[in-house]
Every structure is written in C-alpha cells, then in structure tokens.
Design a protein around this ligand. Structure first.
Ligand SMILES: Cc1cc2nc3c(=O)[nH]c(=O)nc-3n(C[C@H](O)[C@H](O)[C@H](O)COP(=O)(O)OP(=O)(O)OC[C@H]3O[C@@H](n4cnc5c(N)ncnc54)[C@H](O)[C@@H]3O)c2cc1C
Length: 399
C-alpha cells in the first residue's frame, strides 16, 4: 500500500501551510497555545473564524453549495493536520459543526438562506438548548413547554449546561409541544433568538474556574412558528440527526496537540542526568497513546469518507466520541505526569493573553493541569460514554 500523498495533495499542503503562516498573527497563536478547554475564548475564536471565512475556509465539511470548500476528504484531512502544526485557535462548534449541518439536512429553504451565511460569517453565534435539570441522558423527558399562540409559540422552562449561552445570540432548542403519547413524539425543534424578552442567562463556573456553562430560563418567551425545524412534534428526528454531528468531531487533532506538548515538555524535564523523554516507562506510555490516537484517526477518516459520500455520520459517531474522549483524558493525565512538581502551582493569570510575567516552571506546562481538569467533561458532554456505549451496543452490535 502506498500511503504517500500525491503531487497535487503535496502542493495543496504547501498552499495551506503558506496561507496559515501568513494569516495567523502572534496574538492568535498565543491565545491558541493557552487554550485549556474545548472552547477557545470567544474573541479569538471569532477573529479566527472571520479570517477563515474571508478565505472561504470556515466550514470545509459543508457541501460546496452552502459555502463549503469542495475539498476532497484527503484535502480536509491535510487542512486539519496543518492547523495542528500551525497551532490555530479552535472554532465554536455549536454554530459550524452542529447547527449548520442540522439546517443543511432538515431546514427549510428560507431557514438555510437566512441562517447559513450568518453562521459562516460569525454574525450569529449559536448555543445548544437540549439538556434540562432532570433531562440529560434521558433527554426525551424534557419539560420546557412551547404552547401555540397564533403564529408564535410561548416558551416556558429552563435549559442547563448551556455552553457559551452568554455569548450566543441564537439557540437551537428542544421543547415539548405535546404531553400525549410517547415522550419522543411530543418534542419540537425551535430556533430561538436569545435577545427575546423573557430570557435570562445565569453563569455556572466549572472546577477549572472558567465560565463556559450556563443555565438559561424562559419566561413566556415568544418564538415564531416559522422558526421551527421539522414538523410540530417531529423534533426528535432532527435532534438525533444533529447529535450525530455533535458526537463526531476530529478529536484526534486535539489529542495530537496535547501529545506534541507532552513530548516537548518531556524533552526539557530533567530526570537524573537524562530527561523524562528518555525514561522507558514514560516513552512507552507516550507511544501507546500515539498508537491509540492513530487508530482513532483512522476511524474518523472512515466517518469522513461516509460524510463525503453524502451520508450522515450514523451511530459510528458514538464510538468515535467514546474513543476520543477517553484517549484525550489519558493524554491529559500523561501531561500532568510530565509536569512533575510544576503541576502544583495554580496560575490562571499566566494563561491571560499577552501576560508579561514569567510563569512558575516551563511555559508549555502551564495549560496542562487546567486542561486536564476541564477535559473531565469529555466523557459527559454530548452524551456520556456510558450512554454512547448503549448506542453502540444497540445500533451497531445489535445487542
Ligand atoms: C462541559 C459540558 C458542556 C455541556 N454543554 C451542553 C450544551 O451546550 N447544551 C446542552 O444541551 N447540554 C450540554 N451539556 C449537558 C450534557 O449533554 C449532559 O451533561 C449529558 O447528556 C449527561 O446528562 P446529565 O448531566 O443530566 O447526567 P445524567 O443523565 O443524570 O447521568 C448521570 C450518570 O448516570 C449515567 N447514566 C445515565 N443513564 C444511563 C444509562 N441509561 N445507562 C448507563 N448509564 C447511564 C451517566 O453516564 C452518568 O454517569 C454539557 C455538559 C457538560 C459536562
């Protein structure tokens, strides 16, 4: 098997590399290096998205007709790799990776024409209103009510764990429009303007001290019926379709980044007369994780190939999610091990963009502990690993 890239793909790689070198400012790189969670700080994420959008590269996975790049699967993979190499900032997934593909699959022509360009440009920032207190894994038991009133619904209830709701001007949400019959058959999918009267956003601070999560309250909020995606009481199908995209992310890219940092740190961490990188047990752990991540990457590429052929990710996105969440957590733990005693100082100020005070210990070590803490959520958010295993058992193994 010849796994070398073709001359055209090598030329593509060079073109992307040159463009990234020119497009990334030192400020953007600095913020990207200091990111400690799934979410980049909003200013950096949106600044980078605008630059990508000007180039037509904000959503490489979307069909070309809606603003995608038309790249082949290999080209998209090369682009992802070059982004790791160049240390690009992360983009906000709720808009580009979830809402966009969901609208492309299930939105009306009007909804697509209105929202997709605004997602690409960053004019709209979306958050996800699925979970509620008492409705997480058992999502279908959600109770936020939407009652018809002429051309509108009146929405009342609450959503929780709503990532970046404090920055979003739009929410895609699941609401209950019927209490008859099966729970799944009484749910509708709405697009809600977050500036509507009656919406309150309250922060939830995570254990790394960051404000990424919120609880959102709806108190008689008017939402036009034209903002419904799919039929009334038919929102469950749309919700599940979107979840496949949420659960499928190129998690291996993040893990590559973490493992590269860990390897760099190990090369400068003294152990006796040598370095941690020379320690056979450490080197074996690092190699095992690199191998596991390559296996994950191959699985991701299979799902991407299926997407390129016009299919949705399907239940395979669940095992991609399990593998990427659990491998990421093992990589984070190795990162903390590599920090040694420099894992102890808690120094969030060293992660501020543009800070001019030297950190305690090597600079590369500073984000590793907060990243490890923040990534504990990876086996919960988007559906816990236990629930994903249930899906794999039923939908793939037929158990
Ligand atoms: C950082 C973070 C960001 C999030 N962002 C968003 C967001 O933007 N929007 C949004 O809508 N939601 C968001 N969520 C919510 C997330 O989707 C839920 O936390 C998740 O679905 C789990 O639901 P729960 O927290 O209610 O836990 P529960 O459902 O109460 O589960 C508790 C435990 O029981 C286990 N469990 C439950 N049912 C089963 C079962 N059938 N079989 C085996 N084990 C089971 C779970 O695995 C878990 O360990 C976020 C969560 C986190 C942690």
């Amino acid at each position: 098997m010849d796994i070398r890239l073709s001359a055209e793909d090598e030329a593509f790689r060079q073109m992307v590399r040159t463009w990234l070198e020119g497009a990334l400012t030192e400020d953007l790189r600095d913020s990207a290096r200091k990111r400690t969670s799934l979410w980049q700080d909003i200013d950096t994420a949106m600044a980078w998205q605008r630059i990508l959008h000007q180039q037509g590269w904000a959503a490489p996975d979307w069909p070309e007709a809606y603003g995608g790049t038309g790249w082949t699967i290999i080209q998209r993979y090369i682009f992802a790799q070059e982004c790791i190499r160049a240390e690009t900032p992360a983009l906000i997934p709720m808009s580009l990776k979830m809402c966009g593909p969901m609208l492309i699959g299930h939105g009306t022509d009007e909804q697509k024409a209105h929202y997709l360009p605004r997602i690409l440009s960053g004019e709209d920032i979306w958050c996800q209103g699925y979970s509620e207190p008492g409705a997480g894994s058992d999502l279908a038991s959600l109770r936020t009510m939407a009652v018809g009133d002429g051309d509108d619904y009146i929405v009342t209830g609450t959503k929780i764990w709503t990532s970046y709701a404090q920055h979003a001007n739009m929410m895609f949400a699941l609401v209950r429009t019927s209490t008859e019959g099966k729970q799944q058959e009484g749910i509708s999918f709405l697009l809600i303007d977050m500036t509507s009267p009656g919406i309150t956003v309250k922060p939830i601070i995570n254990m790394a001290g960051a404000h990424e999560l919120n609880q959102v309250f709806f108190d008689d909020v008017r939402v036009p019926k034209a903002n419904r995606v799919g039929p009334e009481n038919g929102g469950w199908t749309v919700a599940k379709y979107l979840l496949q995209f949420e659960r499928f992310s190129m998690g291996s890219i993040e893990i590559h980044r973490t493992l590269d940092k860990v390897a760099k740190l190990a090369r400068i961490t003294p152990v006796g007369a040598a370095t941690l990188a020379d320690d056979p047990a450490f080197a074996a752990s690092l190699s095992q994780l690199r191998t596991a991540n390559q296996a994950l990457e191959a699985t991701e590429q299979r799902v991407m190939a299926s997407l390129s052929a016009g299919h949705s990710p399907g239940p395979a996105s669940s095992f991609v999610n399990i593998l990427s969440a659990e491998t990421a957590q093992r990589a984070d733990e190795l990162g903390v091990e590599a920090c040694g005693y420099f894992a102890a100082p808690w120094q969030p100020e060293a992660l501020e963009p543009g800070v001019n005070r030297a950190p305690v210990g090597p600079e590369i070590a500073v984000p590793l502990v907060p990243t490890c803490l923040s990534n504990r959520m990876k086996t919960i958010a988007g559906g816990s690993s236990e629930v994903q295993r249930n899906i794999v058992a039923k939908a793939i193994l037929g158990l």
